[in-house]
Every structure is written in structure tokens, then in C-alpha cells.
Write a protein that binds this ligand. Structure first.
Ligand code: NAP
Length: 265
């Protein structure tokens, strides 16, 4: 039997992309899943797809920028299933454009969704995952490991997520809670079409990604392995990226500046 069989997972961003695919993969292992996002019809579609895999599933409409809605999402999941073993924070938006051209309110909104939209559900999930000695998982990004031109606020929000989760990993270790961060490169999801410009509106024609795009199932493989093996972090990246990040650190950032400087806007 799969180790996630019978577990209960709450997945924010479960209406689309990585969150939806993770919910369905966990369901395929026999986990019961609750999915949280704003678009009710898409959540209900994820629930139906999970139910066809033979598990119980729940849609919890939630705007992750609202602290009370996040409390409600966690409490509703626990009230419905009686426990919470895994929280996956996948809700997020991307913004691409030069920082100086962006509007402050749009910058703040990215931080509210990506950072506080991870912090709030995590905060309310902690007592429950302590009880189950379960997992907290955040979807950061490779831009959360290395600053990248034209992704300044997105990168900042993902660094913040990683800082929060790395600290929690140490704070919660004595309680037996697993805390893991997944840092993907570009993944083939609807995020590509929804990427925001500096005004906070989706680009009419989004600029193409400057690096290869990973299949979504590869990303989900890494998320599942991180949960099952209780790993602290996982990258979804080509093998050279790990030594590249180490060498960039040693070079004081010069290597990354040279490599990334010409690749974006
Ligand atoms: N795709 C990539 O290349 C890539 C790379 C690195 C990291 N990531 C990260 O992976 C995560 C998932 O992205 P994805 O690629 O799966 O994108 P996606 O398909 O666009 O999914 C984003 C999800 O976030 C939800 N969401 C957005 N704003 C929300 C809000 N205020 N409240 C609740 N839910 C909200 C969306 O649902 P609603 O609109 O229905 O609310 C949707 O379910 C994000 O954190 C993203 O930053 C993605």
C-alpha cells in the first residue's frame, strides 16, 4: 500500500496546474484531498476527477490573501476528514516585467498571494500536522534560490516563502513535522498564459520562457518524493543547476549575473 494511502491532504491552488495535478496524484495513491482556490467550478472539476479515482474529495473555495478564509479552509478540511496530514501550498501568481515599470499595488498583490497566501494556511495547519506528524510543503521557484531579472517581485516572494519554510523546518523538527520546499524551473501549466505585467494584468501575449519547460508530471513526481521521503527541498531543474547555484554563491553572484543577464527582458 502506498504510504500516502488514507492520508488527508489540503492543497491550495488545487483548481489548476501543479496544485490540481498534485491533488489528483495524491488521490491516485488513496489519499483524501481538499482543494482550495477562488474558482469554484474549477475546484469542483478537480473534486470530480479525484472522486473518479475512488477517494473522497472536498472543494473549499478560498482566497489565500484573506486570513479568515485560510483559517476556514484548514478548519473545514479537518472538520470534514477528521485530520490533516499534508498541506501543499501551491496557490500563486507570476509577474514578469521590469521592477521600475511596475505599479506598487500590483507588486504588493504578488507578495500577498505568493507569500501571505502560503503563510496563512501554514499557520492554521501547524497544530493539525503536529498531531499527525505530517508534512508542510510550499511551492517556491528556482527564482526563490537566485534573483532573476524581470522577475524581481516574484523572486522576492519565493525567497520569502523559502525563508519562512526553512525556519519552520527547524522550529517544527522536534514535533516530528516534515517541512519541505519545492523549487521548480518553468513548468507547463496555465501560469504561462496568466503571467502578469507590471500593472497586475495578464500579458496579452506572454513573453516566451527563456529556458526549457518541464512537464507537469515531472514536477509532481518531485513533490510526491519530497513528501514520502520527508526531504527538506527538491528542485525541478536540469542537473547542472545544483553545481551552478553553488558556484554562483562562491563567485559572489558573478557567475549567475553573467549567465542570467542576457536571458530575460
Ligand atoms: N508553472 C511554473 O513554471 C512554475 C514555476 C515555479 C513555481 N511555480 C509555482 O507553482 C505554483 C502553482 O503554479 P501553477 O504553475 O500551477 O499555476 P496555475 O496553473 O496558474 O495555478 C495557480 C493556482 O493558484 C490559485 N490562486 C491564484 N491566486 C489565488 C488566490 N488569491 N487565492 C487562492 N488561490 C489562488 C489559482 O486558482 P484561482 O485562480 O481559481 O484562485 C490556481 O489554482 C505557484 O505558486 C507558482 O508560483 C510555477
Amino acid at each position: 500500500m502506498h504510504p500516502l494511502h488514507g492520508k488527508v491532504a489540503l492543497i491550495t491552488g488545487g483548481s489548476s496546474g501543479i496544485g490540481r495535478a498534485t491533488a489528483l496524484r495524491l488521490a491516485s495513491f488513496g489519499a483524501r484531498v481538499a482543494v482550495a482556490a477562488r474558482t469554484v467550478a474549477a475546484l469542483e472539476e478537480t473534486v470530480r476527477a479525484a472522486e473518479t479515482l475512488g477517494v473522497e474529495a472536498l472543494a473549499v473555495p478560498t482566497d489565500v490573501t484573506d486570513v479568515e478564509q485560510c483559517r476556514h479552509a484548514v478548519e473545514t478540511t479537518v472538520a470534514h476528514f477528521g485530520r490533516l496530514d499534508v498541506l501543499v501550498c501551491s496557490a500563486g501568481v507570476s509577474m514578469r516585467g521590469l521592477f521600475v515599470d511596475a505599479e506598487p499595488a500590483a507588486l504588493e498583490q504578488v507578495m500577498r498571494i505568493n507569500f501571505f497566501g502560503t503563510l496563512y494556511p501554514t499557520y492554521f495547519a501547524i497544530p493539525h500536522v503536529k498531531r499527525s506528524r505530517g508534512s508542510l510543503v510550499a511551492i517556491s521557484s528556482l527564482t526563490g534560490k537566485r534573483g532573476t531579472p524581470s522577475y524581481a517581485i516574484y523572486s522576492a516572494s519565493k525567497f520569502a516563502v523559502r525563508g519562512l519554510y526553512e525556519s519552520l523546518r527547524l522550529e517544527l523538527a522536534r514535533d516530528g513535522v516534515h517541512v519541505g520546499v519545492v523549487s521548480p524551473g518553468f513548468v507547463a501549466t496555465p501560469l504561462r498564459q496568466r503571467v502578469l505585467d507590471g500593472s497586475g494584468r495578464p500579458w496579452p501575449t506572454p513573453p516566451p520562457p527563456p529556458f526549457p519547460v518541464w512537464p507537469i508530471e515531472k514536477c509532481v513526481d518531485r513533490i510526491v518524493r519530497l513528501i514520502v521521503k520527508r526531504k527538506p527541498q527538491a528542485l525541478v531543474a536540469r542537473p547542472f543547476v545544483i553545481p551552478f547555484l553553488a558556484l554562483d554563491e562562491i563567485s559572489g553572484g558573478r557567475l549567475g549575473d553573467w549567465y542570467l543577464g542576457g536571458k530575460f527582458l
